[in-house]
Design a protein around this ligand. Sequence first.
Ligand code: FES
Ligand SMILES: [Fe+2]
Length: 330
Amino acid sequence: MSDHKIEGWVAIAQSNAVRNKPLRVLVNGRGFVLFRADGKLSCLADICPHRSAPLSGGRVVNGTIECPYHGWRFNGAGACEAMPGLVGTMPRTLVPSYAVCEKDGLIFFSARAVDATPYTTVLAAGDTVSMTVESRVTSSLAEVAENILDATHTHFTHKGILRGLSAKRYKVTVTVTGGDGWVEARYVGEPKQEGLVSRLLEGERSISIGRFRYPGIAELEFWGAKSINLVTTFHLRQETDDTVHGFGILSGPRQRNLGYLKALLFKPFFRIALRQDQHILHAAERNRRLFGDRRQMMGPLDIMRPHIDAILAGQTPAVAENPAVLVMEL
Ligand code: FES
Ligand SMILES: [Fe+2]
């Protein structure tokens, strides 16, 4: 299992999931507890230093979180403020605390203090409509990010929904570029797709972009002639050894009420597409475990994966130096 100390912000919960009760979240197999006390959001390691009980099983009281086992109370900085029954001086006791912040309805966590604000989505500001969905899948972060950004599976996994029922394909020019912590593929020459979702949502399409950003953001932009029609931004994290959790933000221009209606209509299709991906990713993960074999062939059209792997390993993707251009039929 990789180190939980990912650099930078990681989305770990929706803001409205943390109200009066503490919430436990997992990041790379470690437990963290989120709680609000006196209006302030805090994040501590979800393990009591006394007998290891998860603090998230306790309650928030007097600006502290109370352990459900013997009632020790910890403030937002992780300092113990009470040991019930103790007469006399309390030993200095600390639970590790972590940086958290909220933006656009999401709670972000960082193992180290970070200055910059977290990135949420391209269309976060301005006159946009957005919706967030959550999903969980048995897989690894690299597999899920690749799945979201891979244009070649849609003909099969999402036939009829994201793609038309016909086998028709179009020649598309793809340019892959990148830099420190990111890689993106630009698709030019793809007319509007024929699946239901595209029919519902998009005007004429000029280009689409798939992008991965460290530590776990997979983002798709669909551009019309002049502006973005639709963006889907997934904030992913490896929850445990075998599960990936994600928040998907769908956003688009408001266009009076139309944008909202479109987003409402889109949501169920989005969920269906998510389920189709969950299903195939789960089956593939199970198969890898069953066969005890994690070797995979990099196909000639797998344009993102090597770079996603490099970024996750803390390296600059090769396309940062040498952008790649290729033509494929999509
Ligand atoms: S285990 Fe938390 S107070 Fe004892
Ligand atoms: Fe998919």
